[in-house]
Design a protein around this ligand. Structure first.
Ligand code: ATP
Ligand code: MG
Length: 481
């Protein structure tokens, strides 16, 4: 929630639908000064703007960085726009290192003291015949034209220290109200580029904003067009949405938008679990787990998908009691195919499905079990699993979860102890190696692996000390068996 005290740029978010006031006066002058204080352009950005201005062009910081500054947040990056054409930019920056990859769309990347800044010529986007990108772009000399092509009012503001804030669509007022509103006619804007539907709900999740009514209606009207958008672009927005502080609420409200590109979640909706351990249906439980897990992309993905195997594995006893035998492995399989379709990188996909597959493990309060879990999953995945289990417990029927969260935390401490004590839980920690076995006369081949595996199991189980002599002794016995 933004307040006027902490954010001179915006006033408290309270009244969706209000519009900006229009009578300039002393109060507005004061307001402009406050905004100038609010948006502190980094020195390099000031320099880039000054260089363009000195060459006779206009230049502004624009989009996300202006929005974030007005919210008192640190911008991810600083994008600039200018009245200079790409050719003019190239000659203005001919003493700088530049990257020309986006040049036909008007974007030049300028490297200033090792930092990259995108500077884009003011432009008007042409027709969007494919619902993804404009067929052609036209350069323009008016900043307002450039702002008009941007998606939401809060993203359609520009700023420099000489002109102040340029806000032709009431972005500042919508920031103050916590409102997402399309620039222009919503259905037309979502038809041009249907990724904006996902951008809208990801900003709703990141900023905890509501969507203005006609924008929300148009999102659903245009939803069938989403299938034309490249999965990579969808995935990027989905990840940002999942990591937003308001992700659960947005997923609750807009589950049909998500189900449009992940229809596998639909059977979870409203599915009564029919047992006393749960007070929520499967989807609602999932949303609670998501809310309780840290905002890390892999953890949020694991939470989102962790019970996706429940609908297809559900069985109900004669006493009307629901079971979900094997839902973890089934869920890992479904998640694998969804994440492949959305082209997640292998590391993310494999970590997420390993954790979902493992969420049946019941942690036992012994170092031995900690070693076993470390051997099975490795530390990073085990820590993920611990987070998932914690969030899962917090989202179940509190009448049955007494002490479980404490047990999970105690198990986490045991994992710490095993690691701190450099205890052995993997082949590389074992006090003997394949080389030692060969020196003891075992020929190179599968026998070496077999023996090392047994030794490791025995060390993990605490049946053998991880000491060279003891291990070499038992090799003799193992060879005979
Ligand atoms: P983030 O903080 O995630 O970077 P952002 O708003 O800066 O958010 P970007 O994707 O970096 O998002 O885009 C920069 C700006 O370009 C946006 O603020 C918006 O003005 C404009 N923009 C980006 N994508 C679109 C789009 N699909 N349609 C219209 N305008 C867009
Ligand atoms: Mg950005």
């Amino acid at each position: 929630m933004v307040t006027s005290k902490s954010n001179p740029g915006v006033t408290a978010k309270s009244n969706p639908g209000v519009t900006a006031k229009s009578n300039p006066g002393d109060a507005d002058k004061q307001h402009i000064q406050e905004i100038t204080l609010m948006i502190r352009l980094p020195v390099k950005v000031k320099n880039l703007i000054s260089i363009l201005q000195a060459a006779g062009f206009e230049a502004f910081a624009v989009g996300g960085c202006v929005r974030d500054s007005l919210l008192g947040r640190e911008p991810n990056d600083w994008d600039l726009c200018t009245s200079a054409t790409p050719d003019e930019m190239e000659s203005v920056f001919n003493n700088f290192r530049v990257i020309e990859t986006g040049l036909q769309h008007g974007t030049l990347t300028v490297l200033m003291d090792g930092e990259a800044f995108e500077i884009t010529t003011y432009r008007i986007d042409g027709e969007y015949s494919d619902g993804r990108r404009p067929d052609e772009v036209t350069f323009t000399s008016k900043i307002e034209d450039d702002l008009a092509r941007r998606d939401f009012t809060i993203n359609a503001m520009a700023y420099n220290d000489t002109a102040g804030l340029v806000d032709p669509f009431g972005g500042q007022s919508d920031l103050a109200c916590g409102l997402l509103r399309c620039v222009g006619e919503p259905a037309q804007r979502f038809t041009e580029d249907s990724l904006r539907i996902l951008r809208c709900i990801r900003f709703a999740s990141q900023l905890d904003y509501v969507t203005e009514n006609s924008t929300a209606d148009a999102m659903y009207e245009c939803l069938p067009l989403l299938k034309r958008v490249a999965v990579e672009r969808i995935r990027t927005e989905f990840d940002k949405l999942l990591c937003g502080p308001a992700a659960s609420g947005v997923l609750r409200e807009h589950r049909e938008i998500i189900a449009d590109f992940i229809p596998e979640i639909r059977p979870m909706f409203d599915l009564d679990q029919k047992n006393d351990y749960h007070i929520y249906d499967v989807w609602e439980h999932t949303l609670h787990v998501l809310q309780h897990i840290p905002a890390d992309p892999k953890l949020r993905l694991a939470a989102f998908f962790h019970d996706i195997g429940k609908p297809s594995t559900m069985t109900v006893t004669d006493e009307d009691w629901g079971h979900f035998y094997g839902h973890e492995a089934t869920g890992a399989g479904i998640t694998n195919s969804v994440m492949r379709r959305l082209k997640y990188d292998n590391e993310t996909r494999e970590d997420v499905i390993a954790v979902i597959d493992a969420h049946k493990i019941v942690f036992q309060q012994t170092q031995r079990h900690a070693r076993r879990c470390l051997a099975k999953l490795g530390e990073p995945r085990l820590r993920m699993l611990i987070e998932l289990e914690l969030a899962d417990v917090k989202s179940q029927n509190p009448a049955f979860t007494g002490g479980r969260a404490e047990n999970i935390l105690a198990f986490n401490d045991l994992v710490d102890e095993v690691l701190a004590g450099q205890q052995c839980f993997s082949m590389k920690d074992l006090a003997v190696s394949g080389r030692d076995l060969m020196d003891a006369g075992i020929p190179q081949g599968p026998e070496i692996g077999r023996i090392l595996k047994i030794l490791l199991e025995q060390v993990i189980e605490g049946k053998l000390p991880n000491e060279r002599q003891a291990l070499m002794e038992s090799i003799k016995i193992l060879r005979q068996s």
